[in-house]
Design a protein around this ligand. Sequence first.
Ligand code: FA5
Length: 347
Amino acid sequence: MKIELQQLKEEALQSIKSASGLEELKQAEIKYLGRKGKITKVLRGLKDLKESERKEVGSLANDIKNELQAEFSQKKNQEGGVKKESFIDVSLPGEKIDKGHIHPLTIVQSELEDLFRSMGFIVLDGPELESDYYCFEALNMPKDHPARDMQDTFYIDKSSLYNKDEENKDLDLLMRPHTSPVQVRGMQKHGAPFRAVVPGRVYRSEVIDACHEHTFDQMEGIMVDKNISVTNLIAVIKELIDGLFGQKMETRVRPGYFPFVEPAIEMDIKCTICQGHGCPSCKNSGWLELVPAGMVHPKVLKYGGIDPDKYSGFAFGLGLTRLVMMRYCIEDIRMFNSGDLRFLEQF
Ligand code: FA5
């Protein structure tokens, strides 16, 4: 029996060696070690041996079985026999997964929206392709008003529009140069009292430099109610700036001019990049013009369908992109739309 076992072992080893592929290996394993396999049969026959032989042959048969099992496993591994998908090598270093980052504009915009919501403002949206009427006329800038030149506007060639024969045929369309058109749209839709902020993208045909882009973001704010005054306006803007920077910021108020507000002011903050000493970002003035604002002109209230004898209001037009520059000490506005991951990954 011992000789038979040795022969079976040699036979099985030969089958393992010559097996090509996983299927052949499995068949060989069944043939020798399966329930009805050749080695298993020998093990079953042990009980018929004499007591003296049983111990010796049994031990040999077990050794051979273990040896063959090890050989089968090793060959199966070589053949990819362990299912790859179920095999996890926990000792391997993990794969680095790139994390997405929130754009700094989005971070600040969300914070501001929260801040204004806490003061009872709603958040509105408006069209970027806007009519001349809402951008200028309803903001007290009739055709040929010199203030129309304050922003260099991208006008739209109507012949390039798909629906030129239909709803837009009587409209002069342009890429909105500010978010102020939503003042009138908002008043028309919601009436008084009314508090809203309007974050959004605006477009100007600008000469680009460190603090001027052709495509940038503003946030319009408007509050209309009974007895609203300039004091309310300054209080809200200061609250906004201090809240956003998390500390009391040095600000200054200058008189300004915008046809849709009267009186108009400009609120500047001390440049956070050069601490007021002067740098390219603030055009060496030490101050950054951040929030132009004023009391909504009675004519604009009327365009919005609100009676200026009963209600008054303030409006402001925050330079959102510039504010983000100040917040994170970003020296060049061109980084915002650059798509440069080295910039974006810092937030
Ligand atoms: C306006 O756009 C007015 N609509 C703001 C306003 C609203 C005034 C309500 C009164 C009441 P202005 O053109 O100054 O104003 O632009 C507003 C802000 O946008 C500026 O203070 C500045 O921070 C930012 N800004 C203007 N031009 C650019 C530019 N080319 N690139 C980046 N930011 C700009």
